[in-house]
Ligand binder design. Structure first.
Ligand code: B12
Length: 248
C-alpha cells in the first residue's frame, strides 16, 4: 500500500522556524498586554475570554501563549483514563480453547516465582490522542493477570521512562496511531538506557506501516502488534520474554 512518509523531525524544525518568524515580526509589547488581559479576565471572571483571545491572535500571539495565559489561573486539564475489567475474559473464554486461561496460568506461575505479578505500562506518547486500542489492551491484560498501569495521554518519552521505572514495570507497551513511532520509540529506549533500565521490554502496538517494522526492531522494539492482533497470543509472547529476562 502506498504510504505518505512524513519526516517528523523536519516538520518540527519547520514549525519552530515559523513560530520564531511570527514572534520576530510582531509587536511583542502589544502581545504581552493582550495576554495579560486574558490572564486577568480568567482570574476575575470579568470579560469575554473568546473575544480577548481573538484580539491576541490578531496581534499574532500563538495558540500556546493564549492557552498558557489562561492556564496560569486555571491549570491544565488532565483527562482521566478509566478502564473496565472482566469484559474481555468473559467474551473470550466461551469456547473449548481458552487462550485467556493459558495466559492467566503463565502470569500466575510468574507471580508464584517472582513474588509479584508481571507488570506492564500502557503508554500514549506525543500528540496522539487515539486511546481506544490502549484501553482495550489495558483491560485485556488486566483480565489475563497482569498488573496494568495506564499512562496519561500526551506523555513525553522522558515521562514514560520515568513512570516505567518508578512503577518498576517489566514491560512498556506503547500504543501509536498517529505516525510518531519512529521518533518516540528510539527516544523512549534512549531514556530507559540513560536511567539504567534497558532490561525493560518495550513493545509497540497500533497502526504501524510494515515498512517501519525493521526500523523499530533495530531501535529496540521487542515486538510489534498491529490492528487485528490476537491479544492473548501477544500476551503469551510478552510473558515468554518476561520469564526470560526477569526469572532468576
Ligand atoms: C477512531 C479514529 C480516530 C478518532 C480517535 C478517538 C479516540 N479517542 O481514540 C478521532 C476522530 C479523534 C481521530 C483523530 C485523528 N486521526 Co484517526 N483514526 C481512527 C480510526 C478510524 C480507528 C482507530 C481505533 O480506535 N481503532 C480501534 C482500536 C481498538 O484499534 P487499535 O487502536 O488499532 O488497537 C488494536 C491494535 O492496533 C493493537 N494495539 C494498539 N495499541 C496497542 C498497545 C499495545 C501495548 C499492544 C500490545 C497492542 C496495541 O491492539 C488493539 C486491539 O487489536 C483509525 C483507522 C483505523 N482503522 O485504524 C484512524 C487513524 C488512526 N487516524 C488517523 C489520523 C491521520 C488522524 C488525525 C491526525 C486526523 C486529522 N488530520 O486530524 C487525528 C489525530 C488526532 C490526534 N491528536 O491523535 C490515521 C493515522 C495515519 C498514520 N498513522 O500515519 C488513521 C490510521 C486513519 C488513516 N487510514 O489514515 N481518529
Amino acid at each position: 500500500m502506498e504510504i505518505l512518509e512524513v519526516d517528523n523531525t523536519a516538520v518540527r524544525i519547520s514549525q519552530i522556524k515559523r513560530l520564531q518568524e511570527v514572534k520576530a515580526k510582531r509587536n511583542n509589547q502589544k502581545v504581552e498586554e493582550c495576554l495579560n488581559a486574558i490572564t486577568t479576565a480568567a482570574d476575575t471572571g470579568e470579560g469575554n475570554l473568546l473575544e480577548l483571545a481573538v484580539v491576541a491572535a490578531r496581534e499574532r500571539a500563538t495558540l500556546g501563549e493564549i492557552s498558557f495565559a489562561i492556564e496560569k489561573v486555571c491549570g491544565r486539564f488532565q483527562a482521566q483514563t478509566r478502564t473496565v475489567s472482566g469484559v474481555y475474559s468473559k467474551e473470550y473464554s466461551t469456547g473449548e480453547v481458552d487462550p485467556v486461561h493459558d495466559v492467566r496460568k503463565m502470569t500466575d506461575d510468574f507471580a508464584q516465582k517472582a513474588g509479584r505479578r508481571p507488570r506492564i505500562l500502557i503508554a500514549k506518547m506525543g500528540q496522539d490522542g487515539h486511546d481506544r486500542g490502549a484501553k482495550v489492551v489495558a483491560t485485556a491484560y488486566a483480565d489475563m493477570g497482569f498488573d496494568v498501569d495506564m499512562g496519561p495521554l500526551f506523555q513525553t518519552p522522558e515521562e514514560t521512562a520515568r513512570q516505567a521505572i518508578e512503577n518498576d514495570v517489566h514491560c512498556v507497551g506503547m500504543s501509536s496511531l498517529a505516525a510518531g513511532h519512529k521518533t518516540l520509540l528510539p527516544k523512549l529506549i534512549e531514556e530507559l538506557s540513560a536511567l539504567g533500565r534497558e532490561d525493560i521490554i518495550v513493545i509497540v502496538g497500533g497502526v504501524i506501516p510494515h515498512q517501519d517494522y525493521d526500523y523499530l526492531y533495530e531501535h529496540g522494539a521487542f515486538a510489534i502488534f498491529g490492528p487485528g492482533t490476537r491479544i492473548p497470543e501477544a500476551a503469551m509472547k510478552i510473558m515468554e520474554e518476561v520469564n526470560r529476562r526477569f526469572s532468576e
